[in-house]
Design a protein around this ligand. Structure first.
Ligand code: GLN
Length: 200
């Protein structure tokens, strides 16, 4: 099983290290052929406007839409989650339309735009009760969630980790933490196409 990390721009190397440490084979992908050859995909954080421009140049938009709609498991963080969104604000622009949320870019003010928090408002059936370390870097906010979007963790009431079908998306950066709970959730999606409820 090989996970591809979209290497247009951003922190794809941190993801590669984290996935390799978790025992998975991971490699950067950029072309249509490379994207179609992997069994799962990570869309890393970085700068979403730059990513869009590069995506238009490389013409991989249709490929991404095609494989993700076809059920390829995807883990998207921060700018990667922005790219997948159905609606984007600040400024308003088009997204891939695959994650039914409105993503408000750079939502948290200057003072709060980067922070390491310990989240306690968690879906305990999937994540347990231990606080979850979450590194936020100029994070967006998810709003107006569609009916199929499930919230797995919140920050001050705002959803920060969500799942819709084969997509897991975070406004923070799990690849910068040692906690293995999020990679494990992603493994669940890899294996089953969706996250599994713990038996009650
Ligand atoms: N602020 C960035 C953007 O809007 C996202 C930041 C990140 O990925 N850490 O694209």
């Amino acid at each position: 099983m090989t996970v591809g990390i979209l290497a247009l721009q951003g922190d794809f190397e941190a993801h590669q290290k984290a996935l390799t440490a978790a025992g998975l084979s991971a490699r950067p992908v950029l072309s249509e052929r490379e994207i179609r050859a992997v069994e799962a995909l990570v869309l890393p954080g970085g700068e979403s406007t730059t990513m869009w421009k590069l995506m238009e140049k490389t013409r991989i938009e249709e490929t991404l839409r095609d494989v993700i709609l076809g059920g390829l498991p995807v883990f998207a963080t921060c700018a990667g989650a922005i790219l997948l969104s159905s609606r984007i604000t600040n400024p308003e622009r088009r997204g891939l339309g695959l994650l039914d949320v409105t993503t408000q870019r750079n939502y948290y003010g200057r003072q709060l735009d980067s922070a390491v928090l310990h989240l306690t408002d968690l879906d305990t059936s999937l994540l347990g009760t231990e606080p979850l370390e979450a590194v936020f870097i100029r994070a967006p906010r998810f709003a107006d969630l569609g009916p199929e979007v499930r919230v797995l963790a919140r920050r001050d009431g705002d959803p920060v980790l969500v799942q819709e079908g084969n997509i897991l998306a975070a406004t923070f950066h799990p690849e910068l933490s040692r906690d293995t709970r999020i990679p494990r959730l992603f493994f669940d999606i890899l294996r089953r196409g969706r996250v599994r409820e713990e038996a009650a």
